[in-house]
Design a protein around this ligand. Sequence first.
Ligand SMILES: [Zn+2]
Length: 118
Amino acid sequence: MTVSGAPAWVHACSCLECQRRSGSAFSYSAFFPESTTSVEGEYRSWRRASPGGWHESSFCPTCGSWIFSRLEALPNIVGISAGCFADPAFERPAKLYWSSQRHRWLSLPKEIEAIDSQ
Ligand SMILES: [Zn+2]
């Protein structure tokens, strides 16, 4: 997957579904206008229902990495897993959604806004 330009926004989410699909304590995604992204190669996708409409997750069938997501509520936007950039200097998330479900050990820097739900 390639992308040009800076993300429109970056956020993290610790809802239980993001915990399951990431296999970690939260997801961490950068959202780009779809027109600035392109996908080469094979990927697999699956959809789940969520309160805001469907959420489609796409992953690499070889290594299983969760690469990107699309949400019914955000047409023409692609959320790319921030870890896929393999860049420790990548922009921090501005918000953590579903903070009410975050792991208890996870304290946030003051620069990251904690949102109790979505
Ligand atoms: Zn989530």
